[in-house]
Design a protein around this ligand. Structure first.
Ligand SMILES: *[C@@H]1O[C@H](CO)[C@@H](O)[C@H](O)[C@H]1NC(C)=O
Ligand SMILES: *[C@@H]1O[C@H](CO)[C@@H](O)[C@H](O)[C@H]1NC(C)=O
Ligand SMILES: *[C@@H]1O[C@H](CO)[C@@H](O)[C@H](O)[C@H]1NC(C)=O
Ligand SMILES: *[C@@H]1O[C@H](CO)[C@@H](O)[C@H](O)[C@H]1NC(C)=O
Ligand SMILES: *[C@@H]1O[C@H](CO)[C@@H](O)[C@H](O)[C@H]1NC(C)=O
Ligand SMILES: *[C@@H]1O[C@H](CO)[C@@H](O)[C@H](O)[C@H]1NC(C)=O
Ligand SMILES: *[C@@H]1O[C@H](CO)[C@@H](O)[C@H](O)[C@H]1NC(C)=O
Length: 574
């Protein structure tokens, strides 16, 4: 019994000592990517050393012991990854170097004094000490995209996002602690001027030498040079036990506070984002692209008549896939139209503006001006612009309507090409529609139009008593195959779908929805609601269609349904 107590007592002493100690790296130590690859902090939370990057290895600081490596600092992030044969030496003369198999050396740190030892601290800071145990170099002074607890972003310093979650090289967004006291987010390669900013702490003029600080309890704030807190970005008081916090400007341009729960390895939660709008970061979509939100997920689309330069890489932007109109040599054989993009905005760089009464006048003015490539119309102001268009995004709260000049070739109409995948198919809409009882029937008919737009076959199956019986209790006057055939001259040309949609829309505009159903007992309000949802759902451009969640809320009446745009909202010239 006594000996057992003694053992418990002894182990208590040992643990206390271990917690207070630190893992010192001595001169002459080395690391390689394939054998001993890192030095861990005493707590085991952080490690300094090699991590896999692409086909090779990079040197940095990362969370240890979780399979999906979360890198918080990288040495020379824009250099190509090193080969597996590289070694990292803490040489006997105090230099921290990477050495290739051929003997080529790269210094990782250049301290002003000779280093005598090194340590991976529990804070995530990798430090070099001189012989007096004074820090002569620390990774905290060279932040990349992340700030850890106790680390500061000082006056004039910046964080740069990574290219992607798995590629730590410099990406396309930055966060700058400006000398005017303001903390601001910009795209890379812009000047520090407000026209490029997409987020700021609104603290300009609140003092020079302001720094961004993160405390152990997740408190993120700005301090002025005399140590006064001038702005809280997050509140203090998050738990400190078994949780670490860090802030990072992510590859998508949003600056976020994360917590990492050490109990549940690998659990990261976002506690605060600089913006909830994933389209806010300027430049996410590259030139001539624009950002749209679908269920809070950002997606980039090309302007009509444009195609992605490098599909899968949004920031590479979009280029025209037709020969542009030239003012010098007028090619009379090519016709142009103005294609409308409602609620879409971009950087204002107009070369002239007009005051015009209608949006159609604006489109027409651009159309007949051979130097005009795009126009935007808002509150009677018509801005004529040339390409490229930057920082484009769809903002449903913005009444701005954009027009893009597009050449019409004889064979193709220009559809907006998605850079990513579509979020849901028309089949989803149809399935949903069916589950809404009697009103659902109307919904499914509208969906059927959508399906029909692509495949007349699919429509035929539906209306001819396949799995869905449309003639159950609301019989629909004009949606039989033969009616459609009559209306569209036997489905000749592309006009068919436009006519059907336009007719439906005109009934809606003229408040004659009852024309669409023969059952006169239908609740008008409900019918209108369902109809509006239907019109939103069949829009050509996926990004304009509401999400399934929205559709449910709209049908329930929980949210208001905006007036849908006309399905044929482009202006033809001829
Ligand atoms: C670096 O480390 C390797 C492996 O421990 C060793 O062979 C090499 O001589 C070291 N280089 C220097 C400059 O210390
Ligand atoms: C820091 O802020 C406090 C409170 O606003 C102010 O009194 C102080 O003068 C500021 N210090 C500097 C150097 O601006
Ligand atoms: C700026 O502030 C930091 C800490 O807030 C301080 O260490 C540093 O000396 C200050 N620099 C100047 C030039 O005031
Ligand atoms: C920031 O939060 C702290 C703690 O809640 C509070 O004491 C301080 O006054 C706040 N500062 C500002 C500028 O609101
Ligand atoms: C991660 O942690 C948060 C709280 O820190 C918790 O709400 C969440 O359920 C955890 N997730 C997982 C997958 O454990
Ligand atoms: C994406 O395109 C940009 C601009 O063309 C280029 O700088 C970047 O390296 C590309 N990114 C990837 C992951 O290919
Ligand atoms: C433009 O793009 C469309 C679809 O991406 C393609 O079918 C068409 O051939 C392209 N036109 C030209 C002139 O490249």
């Amino acid at each position: 019994m006594a000996s057992l107590l003694f053992i418990i007592f002894l182990s208590a002493i040992i643990t206390t000592e271990a917690q207070q100690g630190e893992s010192i790296v001595n001169l002459g130590s080395s690391l390689t990517p394939t054998s001993k690859s890192s030095w861990q902090s005493q707590s085991g939370v952080y490690a300094f050393g090699f991590y896999q990057q692409g086909n090779g290895y990079a040197v940095g600081v990362f969370f240890a012991g979780i399979p999906e490596k979360t890198v918080v600092w990288t040495f020379n992030r824009d250099e190509p990854p090193a080969l597996a044969s590289v070694t990292l030496n803490f040489t006997s003369d105090g230099r921290l170097i990477m050495q290739s198999a051929q003997g080529e050396e790269t210094a990782i740190a250049n301290p002003p004094e000779r280093a005598a030892s090194a340590s991976m601290l529990d804070s995530g800071n990798f430090v070099l000490y001189n012989s007096d145990k004074k820090i002569v170099w620390q990774s905290f002074d060279y932040p990349t995209n992340t700030l850890l607890q106790g680390q500061r972003l000082t006056d004039g310093k910046e964080l740069f996002s990574s290219a992607s979650e798995s590629d730590q090289s410099t990406g396309i967004f930055r966060l700058k602690m400006q000398t005017d006291g303001n903390l601001v987010q910009y795209p890379v390669q812009t000047t520090d001027t407000s026209q490029y900013a997409y987020w700021s702490s609104w603290t300009d003029g609140k003092g020079s030498n302001v720094s961004l600080c993160l405390d152990d309890d997740g408190h993120l704030y700005l301090l002025n040079s005399t140590g006064t807190n001038i702005k809280n970005l997050t509140e203090n008081g998050y738990p400190t036990k078994d949780v670490v916090y860090f802030v990072r400007i992510d590859a998508d341009g949003i600056f976020r506070l994360f917590s990492h729960n050490l109990d549940k390895k690998g659990n990261f939660s976002v506690l605060w984002p600089s913006s909830y709008n994933k389209c806010a970061p300027k430049g996410l979509c590259g030139l001539n692209g624009f950002c749209t939100l679908n269920d809070q997920v950002a997606n980039c689309l090309c302007l009509p008549g444009f195609v992605s330069v490098n599909p899968g890489n949004w920031s590479s932007g979009c280029v025209r896939n037709f020969t542009a109109e030239s003012c010098k040599s007028k090619d009379e054989s090519t016709k142009y139209i103005m294609q409308a993009l409602p609620n879409t905005v971009w950087e204002s760089s107009d070369y002239s503006y007009l005051i015009l009464l209608t949006k159609d006048d604006c489109a027409a003015a651009c159309l007949k001006d051979c130097s005009c490539e795009a126009a935007s119309y808002r509150d009677k102001y018509c801005y004529k612009q040339r390409l490229p268009l930057r920082f484009g995004r769809r903002d449903l709260s913005d009444a701005n309507i954009a027009f893009i000049k597009v050449a019409i070739s004889s064979s193709t109409t220009n559809k907006i090409e998605p850079l990513g995948r579509e979020r849901y198919s028309r089949k989803d809409i149809m399935i949903l529609g069916i589950s809404f009882g009697a009103f659902g029937l109307i919904m499914s008919v509208i969906s059927a139009i959508a399906v029909y737009k692509n495949r007349v076959q699919a429509y035929r199956r539906l209306s001819n008593g396949g799995s869905v019986d449309l003639s159950m209790d609301v019989s629909l006057r004009s949606f039989t195959y033969s009616d459609l055939e009559k209306m569209t001259n036997g489905f000749k040309e592309e006009l068919e779908e436009a006519i059907l949609e336009e007719w439906a829309y005109s009934c809606f505009e003229a408040r004659e929805l009852d024309k669409l159903v023969s059952d006169k007992d239908v609740d008008k309000k409900q019918l209108e609601r369902i109809f509006k949802v239907g019109l939103w759902c069949i829009l050509d451009e996926p990004s304009l269609r509401p999400s399934m969640k929205k559709v449910l809320l709209m049908l329930e009446g929980t949210v208001d349904i905006p007036i849908p745009p006309s399905p044929t909202s482009f202006l033809s010239t001829i």
